[in-house]
Design a protein around this ligand. Structure first.
Ligand code: NAI
Length: 264
């Protein structure tokens, strides 16, 4: 995938001021896309822009709070008016809240997280979808998570949001497919970013042991998968939810016991 098969395409990335979003911008820019770097974090988007330009890519920055539907609409309108197309939308912006059992979770944590992930994604898709339909082309990728597969103890809000993203992916794939727009999602496991810094400090060794490929995920593991969904050649790939977890979810303690027994 080292070619420039996204030359001059307009790619909007939310949550692009950090972690996976930043790496994704760099990855799509290397493939020739013009990157609309958006985030609530203004310093973060300027840093991402500098990094894109340092590799001779094209970037514009937009301060964007995905929760604010008017702001989302205004920014998307501005981008479309300027470029007359929106080819790619990556809904990546996300937050986590301090872990707590569902019965003890403060309502504000529930609200805040669902607003950013679910309402935020809905706002962005709604604002871009009609523009993509007008051009009969589009690539949309949503950020689900392993936490959206079998639940996530201590994080019911996150699990609900990320499972909701799967329903959104399937539904949008059906609604937008006739217009040449594909909609897919990624489900990363533990990826090394600012969001997981604290969890990794405490559990890195354990996670590695429980992951068949014996390492923690890195941001480019996710950006490479997303870049695949974004390629024009991936036009028959839609409604796919791709786990990117080094096999983490497959392994149980029984597997480890059997591996140990068989290695003796
Ligand atoms: P990160 O914390 O490094 O980056 C998230 C970005 O989203 C930040 O720049 C933040 O400012 C931005 N953001 C937060 N609220 C926003 C809002 N209202 N409007 C616009 N931008 C906003 O996190 P990371 O790890 O890069 O996560 C990116 C996405 O990947 C998230 O949706 C996260 O849930 C998901 N994910 C991450 C995993 C991991 O292990 N790091 C695993 C599975 C999913």
């Amino acid at each position: 995938m080292g070619n420039r098969n996204l030359e001059n395409q307009i790619a909007i990335v939310t949550g692009a001021g950090s972690g996976i979003g930043r790496e994704l911008c760099l990855s799509l820019a290397k493939r020739g896309a013009k990157i609309m770097v958006t985030d609530i974090n203004e310093k973060g988007i300027e840093e991402t822009k500098k990094l894109i330009e340092a590799q001779n890519g094209y970037a514009e920055t937009y301060k964007l709070d995905v929760v604010d539907s008017d702001m989302v609409k205004n920014v998307m309108d501005e981008i479309y008016k300027k470029h007359n197309r929106i080819d790619i939308l990556i809904s990546n912006a996300g937050i986590s809240t301090p872990p707590s059992l569902a019965t003890k979770m403060p309502e504000e944590h529930w609200d805040k997280l669902l607003k950013v992930h679910l309402y935020g994604t809905f706002n962005c898709v709604k604002a871009c979808g009609e523009y993509m339909k007008a051009n009969n082309y589009g690539r949309i990728v949503l950020s689900s998570s392993l936490g959206g597969v079998f639940g996530f103890a201590g994080n019911v809000n996150y699990a609900v949001a990320k499972t909701g993203m799967v329903g959104m992916t399937y539904t949008l794939a059906k609604e937008l497919g006739p217009y040449g727009i594909t909609v897919n999602a990624v489900q990363p496991g533990i990826i090394r970013t600012p969001m997981t810094k604290d969890a990794l400090k405490a559990f890195e060794e354990g996670f590695i042991k429980e992951t068949p490929v014996r390492r923690i995920g890195e941001v480019d593991d996710v950006s490479n998968a997303i870049a695949f969904f974004c390629m024009p050649e991936s036009s028959f790939v839609t409604g796919v939810v791709m786990r990117i977890d080094g096999g983490y979810i497959l392994q149980s303690s029984m597997d480890q016991i059997m591996m140990d027994v068989c290695s003796k």
